[in-house]
Design a protein around this ligand. Sequence first.
Ligand SMILES: [Zn+2]
Ligand SMILES: [Zn+2]
Length: 364
Amino acid sequence: MVKCCVVGCTSGYKSNPEKIPQFCVPKDVKRREAWAKAIRRKDFILTEKHFVCFKHFREDDIIRYWKSGDIQIPYTKIKLNEEAVPSIFPGPKYLSKSSTKRKEPTVRCVIPKKIKFGDPEHLKRDVLNSEIPIENVSTNLKIHFNLFDEIASCSNLSSIIHWPLASPVCNNSIQNKYCFVSFCFGDYFPVIEKSVMVNKSGKITFGILGKEVSCTVLGIIPGENINLLADNIKEFEKVNICHGGPGIEEFPKMSSNLCTKSTTGRLKHNQCLQVIKTGSSACQRCRRLRNVLNMQKQRMVSGSRQLTQLSPTKKLAVNELRRVKNNLQKKCNRAKQCIVDLKLELNKVQNEMSKIGNESIKDK
Ligand SMILES: [Zn+2]
Ligand SMILES: [Zn+2]
């Protein structure tokens, strides 16, 4: 966890269990100077390796959504606008310049039935430019944004969702569905990794990489009120999901009916277990996929003759069959030899018979 460099702020310190988003100090020298001036920490040189937490920014500084037309998708990691400078500081030592209070966010998420990315490149750019602390980038494939955590721990979840959803209290009567999503990197642009959808009647459904996943697979009991929904989101956040086995580029000619290409550009077993235990990157079926596909590839190369690996029981059976075959072959060879011998014998006898015949004619 990165620590906030503002004096008196404990965000990111072990003593403070709160999960507060942190922003990297800007690389741009002018912006960084503005930040340093605002923070006013004595004997301290602010560098781009430092972080300043969410608490020191006004709501206007923060960008929460990716927007395209009517579609708004909450960023999994909130970001700062270009001009943002920290302005809210703790303690009497500081006099916060701005008196603008952070206002409660109103509309959080408007999700049409199908989310369309108007401009995937744009979205990718947005996500890449967002102020993600380096620590959060674990692999080149998976960038974990803790959207669920942030939203679920948000004290005013009830301001986002009016439960029951069909209630007339709902400010945005057009909304009859709410969706929380988190992204991960796909082939060319971020793809939705996990999604939690609440429909009009309050039914909660979960999705992994664009496919609905049953609650039993996840081991989550869908909640019936807003607090339970928050719990569901938290629980789902913790679930480790399978991103698939080998990359599609490993098996470009793959024509197997065993697996499909997942949105992340990796091959997923058709019966992928979806959920995995910590410590592995894919479920056992997807992990085995590479071996299976390699075997198929080899068989194709060697013209399906070569059997590569057999289970011990099959090996025994094959050996037994080979033994029987060899025995029969030997028997067959012996029988053939017998035939040759008998033919020779027959010739001899016939010759003798003809000799006898000739002699008896001479005698007469
Ligand atoms: Zn702070
Ligand atoms: Zn899998």
